[in-house]
Write a protein that binds this ligand. Structure first.
Ligand code: ADP
Ligand code: MG
Length: 302
């Protein structure tokens, strides 16, 4: 499996929803497409699912046009629609038949899929009585019914309460072991738990494409922030030459000491200072940026 999104643009009248967007997804990846509301996530996902047509660019699955490979893709819309009077079993039978699967095969497969998404006991229960998490798990069942190699999900957990969210995230953790996943979300924490790679979209454009550790390493800073009395400034001359100190910078009435291993080095530095009778008025370990902060900085500033 290899999905190639090549320079895709989609306009609605004067609004450019997706703007020259390109990315590649390789087999077994779980990619989070992250962006604020209105960024173009649903539009892009619907183009991948071959529900919308791009004005420019193209999408290839294993080198072929997506329209010829539709059976390889499972799609979970942002707002899946079910008939409340159908049971879970009937829903999957109905949707499976619509997508061209044989009834005999479906009769065999549906119980297995329902078990997989944790709805085996609810097979004969009407969908109208389902919680948000149960409906979303049924939506996922529908998306994996034809055993696709790629599943694309539009905000699969955004609208759920904490219990529903947990149910669905746990299910996705199972599914990602055997299938490539692309999911969209405007809540970073949703993607953070299951995706290794994050693609950030804003105003239709890709503004970031990186793994979790790349993102964290890029903006993480290990530093100690301290303030000492003027009489003690001489001590900083020694500090400057410590092998674990990368640099000293004056910030306001204090100093930022850049180091390699902040926890360990902060302890050594504090110990040394106390031995030298340095009176610290402030001694703080630099707070590492979280993914959430990195994401917000990207989306708000760019
Ligand atoms: P997201 O899913 O990231 O919230 P969408 O892809 O739904 O964003 O929308 C991207 C932009 O395109 C928004 O400004 C939205 O208003 C606009 N848009 C989406 N669908 C349509 C449509 N059918 N007609 C006109 N504008 C649309
Ligand atoms: Mg959307």
């Amino acid at each position: 499996m290899r999905l190639e999104i090549n320079n895709v643009t989609k306009k609605f009248k004067h609004k450019t929803a997706v703007n020259h967007f390109s990315m590649v997804i390789e087999a077994n990846e779980c990619v989070g497409l992250i962006g604020p509301n209105g960024a173009g996530k649903s539009t892009l996902i619907q183009i991948i699912a071959d529900i919308l047509t791009a004005d420019e660019g193209h999408i290839l699955l294993d080198g072929q046009k997506i329209s010829a490979k539709k059976d390889q893709i499972g799609y979970l819309p942002q707002y899946p629609n079910f008939f409340s009077w159908m049971t879970a079993f009937e829903t999957l039978l109905f949707m499976g038949t619509l997508s061209g699967l044989s009834k005999t095969q479906l009769q065999k497969d549906i119980p297995l899929i329902l078990a997989k998404v944790g709805l085996a006991k609810e097979a004969q229960t009407k969908v109208g009585t389902f919680s948000g998490g149960m409906k979303q798990r049924l939506g996922i069942a529908q998306a994996i019914l034809h055993k696709p190699t790629l599943i694309i999900m539009d905000e699969p957990v955004s609208a759920l309460d904490p219990i529903g969210r947990r149910e669905v995230l746990n299910l996705l953790k199972e599914i990602k072991k055997e299938t490539t996943i692309l999911l969209s979300t405007h809540i970073l924490a949703d993607a953070e738990e299951i995706c290794e790679r994050f693609v950030v979209i804003k105003e239709g454009q890709k503004i970031e494409d990186a793994t979790k550790s790349q993102l964290l390493n890029r903006s993480q800073e290990s530093a100690i922030y301290l303030t000492i009395r003027k009489e003690d400034y001489e001590w900083l001359k020694q500090v400057e030459h410590f092998p674990y100190v990368k640099g000293i910078e004056n910030i306001g009435d204090g100093f930022k000491i850049s180091v390699h291993q902040v926890e360990e080095d902060a302890y050594r530095l504090l110990q040394h200072g106390l031995d030298q009778k340095i009176a610290f008025t402030k001694f703080e370990i630099g707070v590492k940026e979280s993914l959430e902060e990195i994401f917000l900085a990207l989306v708000v500033e760019v």
